[in-house]
Design a protein around this ligand. Structure first.
Ligand SMILES: Cc1cc2nc3c(=O)[nH]c(=O)nc-3n(C[C@H](O)[C@H](O)[C@H](O)COP(=O)(O)OP(=O)(O)OC[C@H]3O[C@@H](n4cnc5c(N)ncnc54)[C@H](O)[C@@H]3O)c2cc1C
Length: 546
């Protein structure tokens, strides 16, 4: 007993604790950042809360979890070998396929040896004397590094609804993010789904296929549109592979890094017939074309937005047999595309099934989760299973859950209490050597395209510091303020800023997240990259480096 304890203590003592860089998170961002930093010859350690790689695609195993990005635009573009050897099976891959892909990437580039799983970072404190970061894991283990790179995800801090009694339910209940690895059967069961965002819509569509009875609790209806997924044939995959460079080049040119480009016409300058024909075409095509490839003004002009909203409402009415249910499913308080558009595969038809009931929480709110089920203002429902598709404390949530402190012990959470302040969505003044991949103020969209660019920018900055013996890299407060003002400006006039959603920093289940804030860059990815390039090619004048 004593001998084995000594060996354990010794191996613990010999475990390296100081690194050139520490990365938090082993999703798309963390994996790629690790690959690039290792290329620089740095010692790197990635801390990941989960037991394997994949981030979003490791955690979200709920039924129906799937891309809205075309799979072949989502994969990494940095390795020709990887592009040559990986065949995507579906145009919009399901979670298992994407998880397999990210595991393949981790294996191929031997990334796991620098990743420490089941390791949740609880605190990160900057030390001015050593110009390095002290990292503390939830289990108390401590590490240090010159650079700290966060790859913590924008949708990785799940939230349960603020309803009394959630803990009291006697049956199994699941948050979609924390879905178990073992299959869950709904056959013959009375199932409740709370939440009808993008995740809820995917879950409901799948669970309705086997549940004995499904009750959907809807707080906010969504402007969902068809995904039109399909398998990829061998010939299609060959053609995709032959065209990868054009595909990625096109993604770089578009606002959201998807393959869909906005139509240069205004919705108001064409005839009603032209409009209808165009919208019928988009509604019948795969992916985000209806959102990202629509007339240029649907997201900025109220009349254009009302017309597309009317069109999508009509399509929904055609698909739902009961007109009362159809009206409940059509948003009335915000326009199409001003929240993240969920893409669906038969969602609206689910409500034509006899085993599915919609409960509109704007009419009859939930009062309590009970040991047997859910009590609304007008009924008591009994369930065998409850599924919470209640989303995330988005964008800043994963940061808020770590005690991050910069110069003089200043807390990042406090600094961002009235909204994030950043430089390029990558640096935060007063937090030296702290770099964010896909932090607040980054552009959202087709993630890996933005991740590759941002991680390369971060890597170039670290290389410059290393090559010039610089040990403290920080944004100047003036530059951070100027960038933050610019981000706010890029959001002006966009209709989505007038709507409560996770993209405007609202989460009614999280204290302090009831006021709209500018959370993301609104100028599109090409403009974002131009700004970042200007800072690096201009010699990083917006940073103080010593
Ligand atoms: C259901 C769903 C569907 C989506 N569909 C699309 C899509 O179609 N197209 C698209 O482009 N994007 C989509 N997204 C967005 C998706 O999050 C990104 O595409 C991408 O996976 C983000 O990668 P990431 O590495 O930045 O973050 P994540 O994949 O979220 O990974 C972050 C990792 O950091 C870890 N972590 C966080 N905090 C800590 C801590 N304190 N200590 C240790 N580890 C920590 C988490 O465990 C997680 O594994 C979707 C998201 C969800 C939730």
């Amino acid at each position: 007993m004593v001998a084995s304890q000594t060996i354990a203590d010794k191996s613990k003592a010999e475990e390296p604790v100081d690194f050139d860089a520490i990365v938090i998170g082993a999703g798309v961002s963390g994996l790629y950042q690790l690959y690039r930093l290792r290329e620089l010859g740095l010692t790197v350690r990635v801390f990941e809360d989960g037991s394997n790689v994949g981030g979003t695609w490791y955690w979200n195993r709920y039924p129906g979890a799937r891309f809205d990005s075309e799979s072949w635009t989502y994969g990494f573009s940095f390795s020709q070998e990887l592009l040559d050897e990986w065949d995507w099976e579906e145009h919009f891959a399901g979670q298992p396929e994407t998880e397999r892909y990210l595991n393949h990437v981790a294996d191929k580039f031997d990334l796991r040896r620098d990743i420490q799983f089941n390791s949740r970072v609880a605190a990160a404190h900057y030390r001015e004397d050593t110009r390095s970061w002290d990292i503390t894991l939830e289990d108390g283990r401590r590490y240090t590094s010159r650079f700290l790179v966060t790859a913590v995800g924008v949708l990785s801090a799940p939230t349960l609804p603020n309803i009394p009694g959630v803990e009291s339910f006697k049956g199994p209940s699941f948050h979609t993010h924390y879905w178990p690895k073992e299959p869950v059967s709904f056959v013959g069961k009375r199932v409740a789904v709370i939440g009808t965002g993008a995740t809820g819509i995917q879950t409901i569509t799948e669970v309705a296929k086997t549940a004995g009875h499904l009750t959907v609790f809807q707080r906010t209806p969504q402007w969902a549109a068809p995904l039109h997924n399909a398998k990829i044939t061998k010939e299609e995959m060959n053609s995709i592979r032959a065209n990868y460079s054009e595909i990625f080049a096109r993604c770089q040119e578009t606002f959201g890094c998807f393959i869909h480009t906005a139509d240069p016409r205004s919705a108001l300058e064409v005839t009603e017939e032209e409009r209808e024909t165009f919208w019928e075409k988009l509604y019948g095509e795969p992916g985000f074309g209806i959102w990202m490839g629509n007339f240029r003004d649907i997201m900025v002009d109220r009349q254009a937005n009302r017309l597309i909203s009317d069109f999508v409402a009509r399509k929904t009415r055609e698909r739902v047999k009961d007109p009362i249910v159809a009206e409940k499913l059509i948003p009335k308080t915000y326009g199409f595309g001003t929240r993240r558009v969920p893409l669906e595969s038969g969602y609206f038809e689910v409500y034509n099934q006899p085993n599915v009931k919609l409960v509109d929480l704007s009419e009859t709110p939930i009062e309590h989760v009970t040991p047997e089920g859910i009590r609304t203002s007008d009924a008591d429902y009994q369930f065998d299973v409850i599924i919470y598709a209640t989303g995330f404390d988005a964008i800043t949530g994963a940061f808020d859950r770590i005690d991050i402190r910069g110069v003089s012990g200043a807390s990042l959470k406090d600094k961002w209490a009235d909204g994030p302040v950043t430089l390029l969505g990558i640096l935060v003044d007063g937090f030296p050597n702290f770099l964010m991949v896909m932090g607040p103020h980054a552009g959202l969209g087709n993630f890996p395209r933005a991740v590759e660019y941002t991680s390369d920018w971060v890597t170039a900055l670290i290389r410059r510091a290393r090559d010039n013996g610089l040990t403290c890299v920080d944004a100047t407060p003036e530059a951070a303020k100027a960038w933050t003002d610019h981000v706010i400006e890029t959001n002006e006039g966009l209709l989505f800023t007038e709507v409560d959603s996770w993209m405007t920093g609202i989460n009614r289940n999280v204290e302090g997240k009831q006021v709209r804030r500018v959370m993301r860059y609104g100028g599109g990815h090409p403009a974002f990259r131009e700004r970042c390039d200007a800072v690096s090619s201009g010699g990083y004048r917006e940073l103080s480096m010593a």
